[in-house]
Design a protein around this ligand. Structure first.
Ligand code: ATP
Ligand code: MG
Length: 474
């Protein structure tokens, strides 16, 4: 979607003189940029390349008429306002255009004041539509950010705690291994809290050098340092009435930790170079995947700050503790990327899903997500197999072959013996049946004969392993 301040008008008509005249008049009266197109085809090209905000178009044109143009424009950008110009005897078409979403129509000949007024209103409408789309998008984004997927008791427990904490204004320390959803947890607290109407401010502490981090957090007064030629509010002020997330707080330098402690204790900040302090109403959330206790022992993290932060702590479960949620998460990410990359014919094979389920994910949900992202994007065919998800070394490590070179399904060595055996047997049986049916062109009696089995036994096996002979017939 384009910028929220529309000011580009495209005029489409097959009459060159009218185009030139309108361009001059409307550029002046509406104070906008104007482009012209002598055919609908040209107009569509401009719609894509120049991205107008309003289109004023004739309804009868030699190639594509105004109605079809309207339709195609909307396929490109629903927020463009289209105004139709009609000549004698085309009023019915104009009415149809209105029904199809055109913003307004003008009967030729028209007065300059009238056309400019309509165009100005059309600009306003485009702006409104864009703002609405934007809001809607943000709302959706917000929803998604707080959407935890999974039913495991570990995750449910964490969500229940986040829900309770969202009702208070307490500082919360969110802990957990890398990629376990600590930021999602912070957004969940914020969005369930009374502060949800305002945007949460996130600051990634290690991303900024000490000096910059301080001015970013607390702001500065004019003249505080060379180059500070005006007062600047910091992120704490920006987050007034809302929530601030200090992401990766373990990496904050000790000098800044002291200042942070004051914010937590006194609820006030002191911008750089300013003698007085400013009260702020901000809820502070902090996250870390580091061992803060070890950092304290080494003098790298202030104890008093730790205790201030550690009053309320949520520990996000690792994916290892949410093992049962892996299929759900995998399918969620799979669907998400299929939509993103528009690969709707893609499938995630059963083996691939099983393989994901049994793998040890040190990078937790994030790593699982990244793997699926890569596979959906890069898999050449339309079925994702274990080979598309794991490297040859990983496949090897996961036990895809054993020492004697007999193929066994990936990852079964992580299962208890009986389950592993069941897995291998069912994989063997279904492959065997499928091969026999392929050779016999789907003829069950012939496949049974070749396998040295009775027809009924063969059929029982087919039923058990869900192999259907139809699929093997030409
Ligand atoms: N239970 C979950 N359901 C859906 N998505 C999740 C879940 N947990 C994590 N994610 C997703 O995993 C990714 C990592 O989450 P997030 O950034 O919140 O983790 P983090 O703990 O802050 O990681 P890091 O320590 O690496 O910063 C995000 O894309 C997030 O949406
Ligand atoms: Mg994070």
């Amino acid at each position: 979607m384009k910028s929220l301040t529309p000011k580009r008008l495209l005029i489409v008509d097959d009459e060159k003189d009218l185009l030139v005249l309108l361009r001059k008049v409307l550029a002046k009266k509406c104070g906008c940029e104007v482009a012209i197109a002598q055919s609908a085809k040209e107009a569509l090209e401009q719609t894509t390349s120049w991205q107008p905000d309003v289109i004023l178009t004739d309804i009868v044109m030699p190639d594509i008429d105004g109605l079809q143009l309207l339709h195609k424009v909307y396929e490109i950008d629903r927020s463009i306002s289209v105004v139709i110009m009609t000549g004698y005897g085309t009023i019915e078409m104009a009415v149809t255009a209105l029904k199809n979403g055109a913003y307004d129509f003008l009967e030729k000949p028209f007065e300059n004041t009238k056309v400019s007024l309509i165009i100005l209103r059309a600009f306003e409408r485009t702006q409104l539509l864009r703002e609405n789309f934007q809001l809607h998008k943000e709302l959706q984004k917000g929803d998604r950010a707080t959407e935890f997927i999974g039913h495991s008791s570990a995750l449910k427990g964490a969500i229940a705690l986040l829900t309770r904490l969202s009702r208070s204004d307490a500082t919360v320390l969110i802990r957990g291994e890398s990629g376990t959803g600590k930021e999602v947890a912070a957004r969940t607290i914020h969005q369930m809290s009374d502060r949800a109407a305002r945007k949460m401010v996130v600051i990634n502490c290690p991303a900024l050098p000490e000096q910059i981090l301080e001015s970013e957090l607390f702001g500065y007064a004019k003249g505080a340092f060379t180059g500070a030629d005006h007062d600047k509010d910091g992120l704490f002020l920006e987050a007034a009435g809302s929530t601030i997330l200090l992401d990766e707080i373990a990496d904050i330098p000790v000098s800044l930790q002291t200042k942070l402690l004051r914010v937590l204790q006194e609820k006030e900040i002191q911008p750089l170079g300013q003698t007085s302090t400013v009260k702020v109403d901000v809820r502070v959330l902090a996250s870390t995947n580091q061992d803060l206790e070890a950092k304290m022992a080494k003098g790298e993290f202030r104890e008093d700050l730790f205790y201030r932060l550690n009053v309320m702590t949520v520990v996000m479960p690792s994916l290892h503790d949410m093992q049962e949620d892996i299929p759900l998460l995998a399918l969620h990410f799979f669907n998400m990327y299929v939509e993103k990359y528009q690969r709707s014919n893609m499938e995630l094979s059963k083996e691939a899903l099983k393989c994901l389920e049994r793998r040890v994910w040190n990078g937790n949900v994030r790593e699982l997500q990244n793997r699926i992202n890569r596979a959906v994007l890069l898999t050449p065919g339309h079925i994702i197999t274990p080979n598309d998800l794991l490297s040859p070394e990983e496949l090897e490590k996961d036990g895809s072959t054993n020492k004697h070179g007999v193929d066994i399904p990936i990852c079964v060595h992580r299962l208890p013996y009986n389950e592993a055996k069941e897995e291998v047997m069912s994989s063997f049986a279904s492959t065997y049946l499928q091969r026999a049916l392929t050779m016999s062109n789907g003829n069950v009696s012939a496949a049974a004969r070749e396998s040295g089995l009775g027809r009924q036994s063969f059929q029982r096996l087919m039923q058990r392993f869900q192999v259907r002979p139809k699929a093997f017939r030409d």
